[in-house]
Design a protein around this ligand. Structure first.
Ligand SMILES: Nc1ncnc2c1ncn2[C@@H]1O[C@H](COP(=O)(O)OP(=O)(O)O)[C@@H](O)[C@H]1O
Ligand SMILES: O=P(O)(O)OC[C@H](O)CO
Length: 497
């Protein structure tokens, strides 16, 4: 029986395709970066054609590297950068504009107007989100209002919209399937997470025609079959989830209280809250963790916009290092007596502050401050921000029975120094698994399970294996002093108190 699964992980800066064998191990990978477009300050776009090209080429390459015929792939799972939106022509598949990326801040004036009209509470109650430019809804509204003829064409039913998964499913199936999954839908600002339906009142506030939007399916479902001409044989698309939710699945966080944090460009921590839709009083998001067999599991999410991107800034902007790996080596040389704090609000601050107008700041510089202190401040900022998220989660949900254990993944967790500092600042163990491609693994599991060739959640959970646990080692006084310094730096960076 064919038990190999292909996963496509369409991320913010690159696309990865990974083939997993029947024992759920990655056997072949292909990765391609693509161009980031910054047409104006605070704007971030992707050319959908770039996204498409990297998906098709990496998928083909991964299948070939695995030494398989496409017909030997049991199913395809898709996971994707969330919130990023595309609008395209129903008849040709041609996008009417570049994709507007999750990091893009152009819709802050619209968000501010809606907040000013007192609508945030309504949006939060229905969607679990906040009125921040991060989410898809205001981006769709911007496209309809600013692309010539788009609104009229949308009203005539000529256009379709979707997050990146939806756009890929449309193209992979040769324009036959317009669908998304519940996790991606839950990031759009127009999806009611309690009823699991598009919300007509929110759609009307944002003036988005319902006909633009896809059908919302379970994460493991029938999303159609890829056009045979793409890979040489049709492949069934059986799993879809937003990348942070896929990582939650890949980390086997299936029980309430289990938590993962992914450190890529940004950092996203998700706490499984089971069937409880916990409303945050600490500015966290309530979101769909996964929907399997018609049953919705929820999560509390803390989203930080800059994590690894701060290391890219050290490398490409400041030119203090030539590889990301050097950041940890440099940080280890920093002077313990210097208290330098970086608040990486390069594109505003996400959870729990949600200050779109804040910008990055550095505090505590002296004549002795050098590259090592900058590197430590950048890496520590990731630990401090995670600490703020976990504190908010504790307030909203309480401490998990048996104490907090954080499962980590993403490019940055390669840094032992950062993981140790994370455990120290959190005062909690940090678990790094052997398989770090948890996002792709989560999508693969959804597809493999749905296709009936991979085991259920319990059996899958047993395959999760620890590579290293980082135990907290910092003394109480040092941690308390550092946290105080960090909170003081954040307070001075915020534009609103
Ligand atoms: N050894 C390291 N130390 C610190 N940061 C690292 C290290 N290796 C990679 N990174 C950071 O991790 C990020 C890449 O992680 P990845 O999970 O591939 O991101 P994404 O999926 O968001 O594109 C980059 O921002 C890079 O700066
Ligand atoms: O593509 P990543 O890994 O940077 O993840 C982006 C998130 O999905 C944004 O919400």
């Amino acid at each position: 029986m064919n038990e190999c699964i292909l996963a496509i992980d369409q991320g913010t800066t690159s696309t990865r395709a990974i083939v997993f064998d029947g024992s759920m191990k990655p056997v072949a990978t292909s990765q391609k970066e693509f161009t980031q477009l910054y047409p104006a300050s605070g704007w971030v776009e992707h050319d959908p054609e770039d996204i498409w090209e990297t998906v098709v080429s990496t998928a083909g390459e991964a299948i070939a590297k695995a030494g398989l015929q496409p017909s030997q792939i049991a199913a395809l799972g898709i996971t994707n950068q969330r919130e990023t939106v595309v609008i395209w022509e129903r008849s040709t598949g041609r996008p009417v504009h570049n994709a507007i990326v999750w990091q893009d801040r152009r819709t802050e004036p619209l968000c501010a107007r809606l907040r000013g009209e007192g609508l945030e509470e309504l949006f939060t109650a229905r969607t679990g989100l906040l009125l921040d430019p991060y989410f898809s809804g205001t981006k769709i509204a911007w496209l309809l209002d600013n692309v010539s003829g788009a609104r009229e064409r949308a009203e005539r039913g000529e256009l379709l919209a979707g997050t990146v998964d939806t756009y890929l499913i449309w193209r992979l199936t040769g324009g036959r399937v317009h669908a998304t999954d519940a996790t991606n839908a839950s990031r759009t600002l127009v999806f009611n997470i309690a009823t699991q339906q598009w919300d007509s009142e929110l759609l009307s506030i944002l003036d988005i025609p319902r006909s633009l939007l896809p059908e919302v399916k379970d994460c493991g479902d029938d999303f159609g079959i890829t056009d045979a001409s793409l890979f040489g044989a049709p492949i069934a698309i059986r799993g879809v989830a937003g990348d942070q939710q896929a990582a939650t699945i890949g980390q086997a966080c299936f029980r309430p209280g289990m938590m993962k944090s992914t450190y890529g460009t940004g950092c996203f921590a998700l706490l499984n809250t089971g069937t409880d839709m916990v409303a945050s009083t600490n500015r966290l998001l309530t979101t769909v963790a996964y929907r399997i067999g018609g049953r919705t599991t929820y999560a509390l999410e803390g989203s930080i916009f800059i994590a690894g991107a701060a290391i890219q800034w050290l490398r490409d902007g400041m030119k203090l290092i030539s590889t990301a790996r050097q950041s940890g080596e440099l940080a280890a040389e920093a002077d313990p007596a210097q208290n330098v704090y970086l608040v990486p609000a390069f594109v505003g601050l996400g959870a729990p502050h949600w200050d779109a107008e804040a910008r990055g700041a550095i505090f505590g510089l002296t004549r002795n401050t050098g590259p090592a202190e900058f590197a430590r401040a950048a890496l520590e900022s990731v630990a401090f921000q995670t600490g703020d998220l976990l504190e908010a989660m504790r307030r909203d949900w309480g401490a998990p029975a048996g104490g907090t254990v954080l499962r980590v993944d993403g490019g940055m967790v390669a840094s032992d120094w950062t993981m140790q500092r994370l455990a120290d600042i959190l005062d909690a163990p940090v678990d790094r698994p052997i398989v770090l491609e948890t996002t792709a693994l989560g999508a693969a599991w959804l597809a493999g399970h749905q296709a009936g060739v991979w085991p259920g959640p319990e059996e899958f959970s047993k395959s999760w294996a620890l590579e290293r646990r980082f135990e907290p080692r910092m003394d109480h006084e040092t941690r308390a002093a550092k946290l105080q310094g960090w909170h003081d730096a954040v307070r001075r960076t915020l534009t609103q108190s």
